[in-house]
Every structure is written in structure tokens, then in C-alpha cells.
Design a protein around this ligand. Structure first.
Ligand SMILES: [Zn+2]
Length: 177
């Protein structure tokens, strides 16, 4: 995937991609996103879900910091935000950060996306499984609806990006390894 999109994902989801530039002996993420630009939206949406718990906790924490000594909402004298509320929201944010998985490799294989993480929850793996399936119906080059094609070399493409005589035959959308 082109550098600009790679950087955008790393900026939006720093916890997921904290190993983006780590040593190749510890992660395959140093190779970047080894697939075409057409899957950017799938990955961006997947990452949003994997990062959402932390992002929610962070925005709540930032909000409380901005309201210290004032009411939780509006100009009332009730429900004043105290330091304890801020400490609590910080602890919640730190706990959520721990739950965000670290991505170890993102690549194309047999025409579909493979998104590998270190230590995820069942929910994380369900999101990943769905994203991987969506890649089997999405052109890897341009992102338009596509299908899995080819024989020796299997890839997912729209009609425009299919090799000349592949379009008539398509393979199963997604196969478990
Ligand atoms: Zn295409």
C-alpha cells in the first residue's frame, strides 16, 4: 500500500501500529502493509473498531480534564468534576490501552487480506475475520466490488483489474487456511 495511506493508519491508530518500525526480528510489521491500496477502507474500518474502546476512554478523560472544578455538563453547581474523577478516567484509559492488540503483520495471501495481531479478544478476532472476508469481494487495486480470480496466482479484482481471461471464472470468496 502506498506510503501516504500507511502513514495515515499509523497516525490514526498508534497503539495498533506501535511496532510499525520495530526490528524485523520481533515483528513483520516493519515491512508495512503488504497489499494493494484498494483494501485501505476495509483496514481503516477494522482498525477503528479495534481502537474504539481506547479512543472512547481517552475522549472521556480529556473531557473531564477540561471540566475540572466545573459541572460535568453546563453551568450548574451540581456534579462538579473533581480530581478523583480524572484519576478514575485515566485508569480506565490505561486499562483500555492494554486491551488494544499490537498488529504484527498485514499482507495479502491467496487473494485475501491476512491481519495478524498479538493477544486479542474474541471480539477482535471476529472483526478481523469479517475484514478478511470483505477483502475477498473487494478489488485489491481500486476498492471496487470484485471477486477472487486466477489459478496459480490467486488475486481479488474488479473486472477492470482482472487479467484478460480470468473474469469469467471466479473462486470461492473466502477460504479458511
Ligand atoms: Zn479494480
Amino acid at each position: 500500500m502506498r506510503e501516504e495511506l500507511d502513514s495515515l493508519l499509523c497516525e490514526k491508530y498508534p497503539l495498533l501500529f506501535k511496532d510499525r518500525n520495530a526490528d524485523m526480528r520481533t515483528t513483520a510489521m516493519c515491512w508495512g502493509f503488504a497489499h494493494g491500496d484498494g483494501w485501505f477502507n476495509i483496514i481503516d474500518t477494522l482498525c477503528w473498531h479495534l481502537h474504539a474502546g481506547y479512543d472512547r476512554a481517552k475522549s472521556n478523560h480529556n473531557y473531564l480534564v477540561s471540566r475540572l472544578g466545573k459541572s460535568h455538563f453546563g453551568d450548574s453547581n451540581k456534579n462538579i468534576v473533581v480530581q478523583e474523577d480524572i484519576d478514575e478516567s485515566k485508569a480506565k484509559m490505561d486499562a483500555e490501552a492494554e486491551l488494544v492488540p499490537t498488529v504484527v503483520q498485514v499482507k495479502e495471501k491467496f487473494g485475501t487480506l491476512r491481519f495478524y495481531i498479538h493477544a486479542g479478544t474474541d471480539a477482535h478476532y471476529n472483526y478481523i475475520s469479517f475484514a478478511e472476508s470483505m477483502s475477498g469481494v473487494t478489488c485489491e487495486t481500486c476498492g471496487k466490488p470484485g471477486k477472487r480470480l486466477g489459478r496459480g496466482w490467486i488475486y481479488t479484482a474488479c473486472e477492470e483489474h482482472a487479467e484478460d481471461d480470468d473474469w469469467a471464472d471466479s473462486l470461492a470468496t473466502y477460504e479458511e487456511e
